[in-house]
Design a protein around this ligand. Sequence first.
Ligand code: ADP
Ligand code: MG
Length: 244
Amino acid sequence: MASQEDALLVADGVRKVYRTGDLSVLALDDLDLTVRAGELVAVMGPSGSGKTTLLNCLSGLDEIDGGRVLVNGRDLFEMSDHDRTEHRARSMGFVFQSYNLIPVFTAVENVELPLLLVGVPADEARERSVDMLRRVGLAERERHRPSEMSGGEQQRVTVARALVARPAIVWADEPTGNLDSAMAAQIMDLLRELNAEERQTIVLVTHDPAIGAAAGRLIRMRDGRLVGDETAVSRDTAAAANRP
Ligand code: ADP
Ligand code: MG
């Protein structure tokens, strides 16, 4: 196992098996991964290689069949369901491909939800949510409902919602998958900015090689295993070594 110093998240021999009828799929195969505070980790790999399963299991949204996951040294799967849900609400944010906004809520109401869920007083939750919407460039859209916003704007609302509680980790599963390339670039710039300026730790699944290349660290999956793990620094070093 990798060094646990400054490790925010440690996955140690994680196994996940899906069973449907008499079929079983080994979706995570003895997977080890350490994420350090402040990293922006891109996850790439073919469809079906286990990227979504990785996010669901390492965030504790889904159960695992073996191994363990430590977040800030605490074993996610040793906690009761209640504690794990609470821990997730306090320490993790999520951005999915489908925006998962509540349609009858305005932008600011969607963003403040995670704060209200962990007991932040209403006034403070509103204030922080308005600030966060400003931070993602949506000051003008506070009172709009999702149906009144573009896809790119809706995804910025979900980024604001994921970050408003300042979680230890933000998980993003193909967050730009439904957006055209200009809007995708905006969302990526925003995530990179939040990572660089606020040291927000982000683990991001993407199909886009440009996004993978731009992340500080790129891991590759195949058949439920990690088959590559490179940092921007190691990539530069390798490129330099290959130059004549
Ligand atoms: P990716 O996100 O990389 O496309 P997934 O994590 O969604 O891959 O899937 C990994 C493997 O697990 C695939 O073989 C997929 O068919 C299978 N799988 C994913 N979710 C389920 C599920 N709920 N039930 C059964 N099999 C699943
Ligand atoms: Mg997926």
